[in-house]
Design a protein around this ligand. Sequence first.
Ligand SMILES: *[C@@H]1O[C@H](CO)[C@@H](O)[C@H](O)[C@H]1NC(C)=O
Ligand SMILES: *[C@@H]1O[C@H](CO)[C@@H](O)[C@H](O)[C@H]1NC(C)=O
Ligand SMILES: *[C@@H]1O[C@H](CO)[C@@H](O)[C@H](O)[C@H]1NC(C)=O
Length: 494
Amino acid sequence: MAAPRRIVLLLLLLFSVVAVVSNAEETFDVRRHLSTATRYHIAKDISENSFVPSNVPDQCKPIHLNLLARHGTRAPTKKKLKELEALATRLKVLLENVKEQKSTVVPAWLRGWKSPWTGKHKGGELISEGENELYELGIRTREKFPELFSEDYHPDIYPIKATQISRASASAVAFGMGLFSNRGNLGPGRHRAFAVTSESRASDIMLRFHDCCQNYKAFRKSQEPSVDKLKEPVLNEISQELVTRWGLNFTGQDISSLWLLCKQEAALLNTTDQACALFTPSEVSLLEWTDDLEVFILKGYGNSLNYHMGVPLLEDIIQSMEQAIKAREDGLVPGSYELARLRFAHAETLLPFSCLIGLFLDGAEFEQILREQPLQLPPKPPQKRIWRASMVAPFAGNNMLVLYSCPANKSSKYYVQVLHNERPISIPGCGNSDFCPLEVFKEKIAAPHLKHNYHALCSIESDQSEQVAPISKFWQILSWIFPADATQSQKAEL
Ligand SMILES: *[C@@H]1O[C@H](CO)[C@@H](O)[C@H](O)[C@H]1NC(C)=O
Ligand SMILES: *[C@@H]1O[C@H](CO)[C@@H](O)[C@H](O)[C@H]1NC(C)=O
Ligand SMILES: *[C@@H]1O[C@H](CO)[C@@H](O)[C@H](O)[C@H]1NC(C)=O
């Protein structure tokens, strides 16, 4: 009796060892490592941290929602289309060079390769997959917050804002079609019309603040060479590996273009056995890291201007919460005040905003940010890092700030819950909870940033960061003396 049992145990043990090994191999899915080109349904399933969300007490009810979403999956932009055309030409030359050699290691798809987007002249538009991401998000949002989405549509109750860039406004439309499906009279889907409003691109300091901020543009331009320098050794190192592996004389630039191709193929065509298969998992991890570094330096915690210029958006969000509270406390009837403010924009909006509310930091780093000290760059793999653009800002990535009313709570009547990609997320500025008393959210997280002034940060005269503070004071005084006037002239400037 004992012997067979031991064999069974042994077999079980063996089996589980095999399972663990094959599991480790299987779990590397390149589609999870595409930085900001990661698809939403994949990013949503990445759950590396074992964060346990708060139990929201029954007495707490959502009373208002702020959504900030990045546009969904888009076609390659014109610049990327050009780079892929150039890659085709380059590959032809590389293959020509090895024609004489009887090399059999060259992957078959490389011979005569043409960009799948050849002949496409316009780029950057929301593609069908991207429409779907936002449409489904709209449906899920309504299901998740029935209290908030039971009212009839009115543009003042559910204002929908998008940037003037078509992939963002098309994303807003796709979301709205999901959110209000079966609520109208149009066609078999019983759709209804709704408004999407946009500021002019030249003055959209709420959703395209990076595009209106002269100092940011200058910073970005000045940093590009050093970002390239950071990537260079990694690209060169990988090019050496690939030269040996595939017998083609790849340069660092070729690696960069092949990585671009891998991301486009995997995200848009679900093809992972061509360009992506040129790289090993550890090479993909390194390439992903170089992208994440760039995003960190140019759009994230790498420079405080990156996120401080998002202050108008943060102000708008806090204000919308205060208005929602006031409307309720004034006893306005439901259907007469705003329940959700829905915004559709870009990685350049979502990344800085996530920084402004202090996501993806450990506790010590949050304190560093408050003291305006620069953070360390995200560490090189195989070291782990919190900052992964595939999670922070995938296609259709989003933050929701849900305002709750907890009337029976002695310490705070209102709470803010932060959902990132629809999941509750730890807020380091709020003791790593995801359910934060509104006052704490305002005082500990928002207030330190709100002392900055967009126009002072961004106008070209205040080039030196040392000058930012006095000029911001100056603006504050100005707008205090001439409240309406000052805002008018600031707008006109842009
Ligand atoms: C490979 O390319 C380098 C320049 O990138 C060049 O110096 C070298 O001669 C080339 N080697 C072959 C075998 O073509
Ligand atoms: C993408 O490819 C994977 C296999 O690599 C497959 O399991 C999945 O169903 C594909 N998805 C779509 C949408 O075709
Ligand atoms: C409610 O208030 C008590 C203290 O009065 C506190 O311990 C509790 O965590 C609060 N939170 C919620 C969400 O009700």
